[in-house]
Design a protein around this ligand. Sequence first.
Ligand code: SOE
Length: 388
Amino acid sequence: MAKKQLNVALIGYQFMGKAHSNAYRQVARFFDIEVEPVLKVICGRHEQKVRAAQERFGWQEYATNWEDVVARNDIDIIDIGTPNNTHAQIAQAALKAGKHVLCEKPLATTLEDARASYELAKKSGLVHGICHNYRFVPAVAYIAQLVREGRIGKVRHFRATYLQDWIVDPNVPLVWRLDKSIAGSGSHGDLNGHLIDTARFVMGTEFAEVIGLQETFIKKRPLLADTEGGLAGFKAAQDMGEVTVDDVTAFLARLENGATATFEATRLAPGRKNYHRWEINGEKGSIVFNQERMNEFEIYLTDDPQGVQGFHLVQSTESFMPYMSAYWPVAHIIGYEHTFINLVHDFLLAIVRGTPFTPNFEDGYRNQAVLSAVERSCETRQWTKPEK
Ligand code: SOE
């Protein structure tokens, strides 16, 4: 049977450009689905670099003006993998042009813009998604099933940390992720944003109120001379500039399901590369997930017989677990890139089958409402409720 083809335009070509391009290329190789994405056009401001990305990732064409791309009649999906301050503008233009939209997180750099994108998406009848890719780790999707089925009983605590160290050297230059006018925030939006999404997803709950603290330890850094390889290849200039985002943000939360929760995100934790770990405690057990060991999780169940009680390691690569039947026989492991393949799989099926897709722009807005409530609480030093 001929597959339905959907033409994709990808705006942005660096870190997320690579991850998303690979997902579109691979999705119909692994999943046996009735749809085939066509890698039509990749777009970026720097002609030489975007042309190199076009060739390397296998796109049919390249372009340098996203507005022209959004206006094209032959494009079905606009995928946004650009720096954060452009997400809302591109997403809104794409929705107005009748395109399905997949947007990297965050939805916007302000709550106001995030709400505008969400309102537009709600009215559009189009499929919209936000790339919180960690929901698509099979272990995470499976844990969400266990928790929602009540396997660990009523949840009392959620305890999450996301620690990195890639800016611990004060000579790391002022990349856009350290500039509030482009990134919106620092570790908070970049890393807590993922943890907030995980909490909402795994427990199916919203945030009732939050209180946080933020700190910027390295207040000045060399300006950026050039960037060759995205996060990996930046070069410092002589002059210094101001860091305008948080290095660390930690916060406490009360969730609507009655649980208490703690969050900490920093990029100044030497030795922690992508230490994205969370633990959930219920009345009948606990579950621990660590993204650095994404093919497994730990579970402790109070109804296990005495004498063999303890944290058990569960391999999350069995083919009955979410997404895993698409990959290898006998439970071979998968990696970071597969989270994007799984996400794109659900997104494409939402378009061709009309199935609901989450996380969508509503999730993006609710996430931003929590991020923004934490920021307000840091200023006022008061418990703060996220906007509805
Ligand atoms: C960089 O800090 C980063 O790539 C984030 O932007 C991602 O969202 C996170 O998944 C890993 O770290």
